[in-house]
Design a protein around this ligand. Structure first.
Ligand SMILES: [Cu+2]
Length: 566
């Protein structure tokens, strides 16, 4: 019997995957909005979902109906960065110039797409009133492919990118600086970005528990001091470059009492063997890509412990663009990507030998789950559609994962590999197992607080009679999904012990360190013997954001009543 409120998924022949409606726009970027909804963002292109007489490139998808509603974002969000701030709003920054059909440059606000330049844009989603606050000149610099990282004070850092461009970066356009939202003044230098041309777009960032930011770009890694703007160099990453367009799968492993809340960053896959010249520049790669198999190699680094790259058991397949998504049972799903080639697209017949426009081939359909405590992998179902370049995926509070997109093309097409609008939902192995109740979980988690207790006899499913051997509470921030990275994704397991026979769970408070898990919204789960409850939206730490200047007159962009639903 499914738990109340959870419907039995319609499981496809391939495993725990079901198709579930359409995104209306190509789901290039995604983030969780509510129990049932996901916000998708796309670049400016000829999507079937229309708003105000033009294609939409922002939508809200509802997992219950499978339908999507459009939003009237006008800056071109191709390819933007995103991360949440402390009060639960999602900040999306950067993008590219105004474009028309086929992705070609166009004058601003001119049909048929009527987009405006998004290079310096800040678009802020407010989940409380369902509106976008759009600030087309909100950044100091033009940033296409910027990274974003939530910070301990509730703000976010915006790192790197370049002012337009193509396949990989070039010196003339790159933006080797960092700025903040809310604004703290002129951008400051980030030297690793300059050193790591041409694979320095979307550099991979994780705030560390000592307040410094781990940055991995091309084959280099540093700990960046956000106050002094200095770098402590770490050993070079072996194997494939981590960031786009090589796109190794990357994640910060969940913090647990067993790992003493010490951070480990894991990378799997990417494309090895290319020289700096081979990776090319904005014009495209200088070698063929779609005939090259991706690496299976996994490497981890604990930047604050011994800063040593360690080989880990290889991934089940070599892939570029697979995404690691932290699950509420402490494991990590590995979804999507391609076995050959890289992210990006180019003209048919060009040097990279694209399939259609795609620089990747041989999609990775199988979904695998990694147990990060033992580095073991288990097969858990198969997708039915390629989910490669410009796809996205989001963990839902019920533990399923919404998978959308894939569109390695400059504009909408049905030619292989086509613009994909179908949504698939992946269900974890325990999805239809009777679930514990999340009712006793608090709605706020304060740093250094004394903790709380849970009556396990009330929390456990009424259908479950087995004695409880392990129970724990996890917080997960799902982050902002794009380009095979869950930006800002973070998970922490609280220290717990069972007392009174097996009737009470004593849960210690969140460690008193904002850099472990930055303030903001998260999902809280109660896990009893490997079966998590549904996630509860909670506030971690204070909602305050330093230095934000609220605009007096906020531009509200509401639903269009006449909008066509897909
Ligand atoms: Cu992109």
């Amino acid at each position: 019997m499914p738990s109340p409120g959870l419907e039995r998924p319609c499981v496809s022949e391939g495993g725990r995957v079901a198709t579930n409606g359409r995104s209306g726009i190509s789901a290039q970027m995604a983030f969780l909005n509510s129990d049932d909804t996901v916000i998708f963002l796309d670049k400016t292109e000829n999507n079937p979902l229309q708003i105000n007489g033009r294609p939409a490139w922002a939508s809200e998808y509802n997992i219950r109906t499978g339908k999507s509603k459009p939003f009237d974002i006008v800056t071109n969000t191709f390819c933007a960065g995103g991360a949440p701030i402390a009060d639960g709003r999602m900040v999306v920054t950067g993008g590219n110039i105004a474009v028309g059909p086929k992705g070609l440059a166009a004058n601003q606000s001119v049909g048929p797409y009527f987009s405006i330049d998004g290079g310096m844009a800040v678009n802020i989603w407010n989940p409380r009133d369902g509106t976008w606050d759009s600030r087309p000149r909100g950044l100091h610099r033009e940033r296409w492919y910027p990274s974003m990282e939530p910070l301990a004070d509730g703000s976010v850092a915006i790192i790197g990118g370049q002012s337009g461009g193509g396949y990989s970066a070039i010196e003339k356009l790159m933006e080797p600086t960092l700025e903040f939202f809310p604004d703290r003044g002129a951008p400051v230098p980030v030297p690793i970005i300059t050193r790591t041309l041409p694979i320095n777009l979307y550099p991979l960032t994780y705030l560390m528990s000592n307040g410094r930011m781990f940055i991995q770009s091309y084959n280099e890694a540093v700990l960046y001091d956000l106050s002094a703007h200095t770098e402590q160099k770490l050993p070079d990453k072996p194997g494939a470059p981590g960031p786009y367009p090589s796109n190794a799968a990357v994640t910060l492993l969940p913090f647990t009492p067993d790992n003493k809340y010490e951070e480990t960053v894991l990378f799997c896959g990417g494309l090895t063997g290319l020289s700096k010249v081979d990776w090319g520049g904005t014009h495209g790669p200088n070698v063929s890509l779609t005939d090259k198999s991706n690496s299976r190699d996994c490497w981890s680094i604990a930047p604050l412990i011994d800063a040593t790259w360690r080989p880990r058991p290889p991934a089940p397949e070599g892939r570029s663009m697979a995404t690691f998504i932290t699950l509420p049972d402490g494991k990590i799903a590995w979804i999507g990507g391609a076995k050959k080639g890289t992210a990006g697209y180019g003209p048919p017949g060009s040097t990279g030998q694209p399939i259609g426009h795609s620089y990747a081939d041989d999609p990775g359909y199988a979904v695998w789950v990694l147990d990060p405590t033992r580095y073991t992998w288990s097969y858990e179902g198969t997708l039915s559609k390629p989910r490669m370049y410009h796809s996205s995926m989001v963990l839902m509070p019920d533990g399923s994962i919404v998978v959308g997109g894939s569109n390695p093309n400059p504009d909408v097409t049905t030619v292989k590999y086509p613009t994909e609008y179908s949504i698939e939902v992946w269900y974890p192995p325990w999805y239809i197992t009777p679930r514990p109740s999340n009712a006793q979980l608090p709605t706020t988690f304060s740093y250094g607080s004394s903790g709380f207790r849970i009556d396990l006899t009330k929390a456990r499913s009424a259908n479950s009679t087995a004695s409880i051997t392990k129970a724990t509470v996890r917080l997960i921030r799902t982050g902002f999904s794009t380009h095979a990275v869950q930006w800002g994704q973070r998970a922490i397991e609280l220290n717990c012990r069972i007392t009174n026979g097996s009737s009470t769970l004593v849960v210690d408070g969140l460690p008193n360190n904002r850099s472990l898990f930055a303030p903001g919204t998260a999902l809280a789960f109660l896990d009893i013997d490997g079966v998590p409850s549904k996630g509860k939206f909670v506030q971690v730490g204070p909602k305050t954001i330093p230095g934000e200047r609220r605009k007096k007159k906020k531009r509200r962009m509401e639903w269009s009543d006449g909008a066509k639903l897909f």
